[in-house]
Design a protein around this ligand. Sequence first.
Ligand code: PTJ
Length: 250
Amino acid sequence: MTIIPDLHPRYKSLMTRDKLVAGVEAGITSQQGLIAHGRGEAFDYLIGEQTLKSARRATEVAAAMLLAAKKPVLSVNGNVAALVAKEMVELSELLNAPLEVNIFYRTEKRAKRIKALLEKQGANKVLGDLRNAVIPGIEHSRAKVDRDGLYSADVVLAPLEDGDRCEALVNMGKKVITIDLNPLSRTSKQASVSIVDDIERALQNLILAVKEDKKAKNDLAALSESYDNNENLKAVIKEIVSRLKKEDLR
Ligand code: PTJ
């Protein structure tokens, strides 16, 4: 791992890159995951590396939806495992929801390593081994999931998800919550709730929102019923544009 001085102006971003490189070296993250992260970073620059108001709103709705779910399931891929394994385990405990390893560039070795990492962080229910059910409408190997997990879930948290699979899950009648820095991605447009934020910031905020909702006993149904994802994505773009207009480019 590179030694990065903590006074470096890009300290946080460089540390995150190092976590992903370590993920690749440990056989947890795919090489393509590094490229995907680069795309995310570019959007984070436009956003100003902060949580937008619209992302906060989506996060609050996501928390309410997950708490009101009968069978929530949290999907984990190689980037998510490298960056927020501990937080995904905490969220899974708070919601009493299983984690399911579900990866795009599938190898059995990588899936096993992700599962082992989650268990090392304290997870006691990690699905994704059985893959005894198929999501209709997508090509076979990516369609395989656990019958007791993603297949039968009513609400799915699928961060950094691929657009086709997001659409297929929505077509099955599920509510899909995604975390994706690109507000224009197919995933962001297909999802029921798109949190346009960095995965590390989003997970921290989501955990806080779930804890607050649990304490406050808010009207969870009302929170998510009044939400329109398309309108919220438009609000994201407005916030980005108005930020860029104010940016001093000299
Ligand atoms: O581990 P695997 O095999 O499941 O592969 C995982 C990746 C992410 C490589 C795979 O799902 C993939 O190729 O994803 P895409 O289609 O490139 O989409 C990833 C999306 O996540 C892009 O729209 C990025 O902008 C976004 N993204 C990347 N890094 C972050 C992010 N969003 C939030 N936080 C990030 N740190």
